[in-house]
Design a protein around this ligand. Structure first.
Ligand SMILES: [Zn+2]
Length: 297
């Protein structure tokens, strides 16, 4: 094992920087949903590079495989969606226990390093997307410290979605508790996964943990397609159904006046141009069945 490397919890690795290991920390997480294989493959390869001493991070890295039991079962989750359980101690089950453990690991990193600069929580979308790779910010209370657009662009993340409604996600948790520059990164769809895609993600992660300033300067003028969440689609009753094709790719455009879905209270029409994201009518009553975005840049 690399000198100083520690496994704080099952599949949670602390990898200290070579110099000043206690100055600042960063977090990369994957497998919060156990079947999102591409980022898990890339993070395993990153861990192998550390173990074989081919890679030492410039700042101390916490590398997290989010839900080991779900990863082994190749399932999204076992008892409950882990990415709705951070900072929320109400729900039970395997994932609730894991969420508490991961929160404690983040606190330990904060204590040990005095700060957490950024957190990238890596996911895959269920359906293909018109913007294949994209980033989501949680509800933010401060401007991020780094200039992220060039960094994200360098990784092929060409869309940025600003969320407007809080959810108990991992990235929301780290931003809220540690003031971290936090993102949920959608690294491609489950269907479109390729070895080249996994390898490109790995190369980008290596650059991010070793010399991100070089990445930034190579893409100084990059701009992303930017969106904010205009409407959360909530399934209010068993009568809920999409009128648009639920299988359409993420970011499909719908002009003003489009009929999107109907529910107990009647049909819903868009009040302006909107783009769909994460459509899924198969959620419990009261849960989010999708998002409608507005373009802001
Ligand atoms: Zn996911």
């Amino acid at each position: 094992m690399e000198a100083g490397m520690e496994e704080w919890l099952e599949q949670v690795w602390f990898i200290p920087a070579e110099t000043k290991p206690n100055s600042v920390g960063i977090i990369i997480s994957c497998g919060i949903h156990g079947n999102e294989t591409g980022p898990i493959v890339a993070c395993n390869a990153l861990l192998d590079l550390v173990r074989s001493k081919q890679l030492t991070p410039a700042v101390s890295l916490l590398l997290i495989f989010g839900n080991p039991q779900a990863i082994n079962a190749n399932q999204r989750y076992l008892d409950f969606n882990l990415n709705r359980l951070f900072g929320n101690s109400v729900a039970g089950g395997i994932e609730a226990h894991r969420a508490r453990q991961l929160e404690q690991a983040c606190h330990r990193l904060q204590q040990q390093c005095g700060g957490i600069r950024w957190h990238l929580d890596l996911h895959s979308t269920i359906k293909p997307s018109r913007i294949e790779r994209f980033a989501l910010t949680p509800v933010t209370r401060a401007e991020y410290q780094l200039q992220w657009q060039p960094l994200l662009y360098a990784g092929g993340f060409l869309g940025l979605v600003r969320q407007t409604r809080r959810a108990n996600t991992f990235s929301q948790y780290t931003h809220d508790h540690f003031g971290t520059d936090s993102f949920t990164l959608e690294c491609g769809s489950l269907q479109q996964r390729t070895n080249q895609g996994d390898n490109a993600l790995l190369q980008w992660l290596v650059a991010m943990v070793t010399e991100p300033s070089a990445l930034a300067s190579a893409h100084q003028d990059a701009t992303l397609q930017e969106f904010r969440v205009a409407e959360d689609i909530i399934r209010h009753s068993d009568q809920f159904q999409f009128i648009i094709d639920e299988q359409e790719p993420n970011f499909s455009p719908h002009p003003k006046g489009s009929l999107i879905y109907s529910d107990r209270d009647g049909p819903f029409y868009t009040s302006d141009q909107r783009y769909s994201l994460f459509l899924n009518s198969g959620v419990e009553v009261g849960q989010r069945a999708g998002l409608l975005l507005e373009r802001i840049q």
